[in-house]
Design a protein. Structure first.
Length: 205
C-alpha cells in the first residue's frame, strides 16, 4: 500500500504504484486529507483501509508525511498482517523547513494538522517490531530550500538525510534524487521492490 505526502492526493503515487506492481505486487494507493485531519485521525483511516483489504500480508510504502502516517498507525498496531515498510524522504527526526513554518500562524496553516502534530509529539519506537527500510535523497532541489534556507546537507531539497534516520531501521540508503523526484524515479522503485522482497536494499552494481 502506497501512502502519499503533504498537500497532494493519492493519484500522485500512480507512477510509482505501477512500477511496484510490475514487481508482482497488488499495489494500491491510500488517499487522506493531509492538512485537515490530525496525524492520529489519518493513521486510524489508514488502519481501517488496510484492514478492509483481502490480503494475508500488507506491505506499506510511505512518501514524506505518508511515511509518518504509516509509523503512527503501526505504533498502535501489532497486526500479524503487516509486512515490511519503506519510508521515502520521511522526516522522522523532524524537519528544518517545517519547524521554520510553525513559527507563525500562516505557516502552521500551510503545514496542516498532521505535520504539526508530528513535530510536537514523541516519536514512535518500532525497533524490533517491524522491518523498516528508509530511502533518503541527496539531490537538493525542492520547495524547502526556498521556504527555509539552510537545510542541513546532504538533503533532497526538503528533508535532510539525517532527518530521515529511524532508530532500529533494518536498512537505510541514500540515492541521487530530489524529494518529489522520488515518486518518478525508476531507481527508487527498484529499491522499494528490493526491500519488500528481501528486507534489504540492493547495492549490487
Amino acid at each position: 500500500m502506497l501512502v502519499h505526502g503533504l498537500w497532494v492526493h493519492g493519484v500522485f503515487m500512480e507512477w510509482q504504484r505501477r512500477r511496484v506492481a510490475r514487481c508482482g505486487y497488488r499495489a494500491v494507493s491510500f488517499s487522506y486529507p493531509s492538512m485537515r485531519l490530525s496525524l492520529g485521525e489519518n493513521a486510524e483511516r489508514l488502519a481501517r483501509f488496510a484492514g478492509a483489504l483481502e490480503a494475508d500480508l500488507v506491505h506499506f510504502v510511505g512518501h514524506s508525511l505518508g511515511g509518518l502516517v504509516v509509523l503512527r498507525m503501526l505504533e498502535g498496531s501489532r497486526a500479524a498482517s503487516v509486512g515490511r515498510v519503506v519510508l521515502e524522504g520521511s522526516p522522522y527526526q523532524g524537519n528544518h523547513a517545517a519547524r521554520r513554518l510553525t513559527g507563525n500562524v500562516v505557516g502552521r496553516c500551510v503545514l496542516g494538522r498532521s505535520m504539526t502534530e508530528w513535530l510536537a509529539a514523541e516519536k514512535p519506537r518500532l525497533a524490533g517490531r517491524y522491518e523498516i527500510g528508509v530511502i533518503a535523497g541527496r539531490m537538493s532541489l525542492g520547495l524547502g530550500r526556498l521556504i527555509a534556507p539552510g537545510i542541513p546537507r546532504p538533503n533532497d531539497g526538503v528533508v535532510s538525510v539525517e532527518e530521515t534516520r529511524v532508530p532500529g531501521a533494518r536498512d537505510h540508503i541514500t540515492l541521487n534524487v530530489s524529494h518529489s523526484g522520488m515518486l518518478l524515479s525508476a531507481a527508487v522503485a527498484r529499491q522499494i521492490c528490493a526491500f519488500l522482497g528481501h528486507g534489504r536494499f540492493d547495492r549490487a552494481g
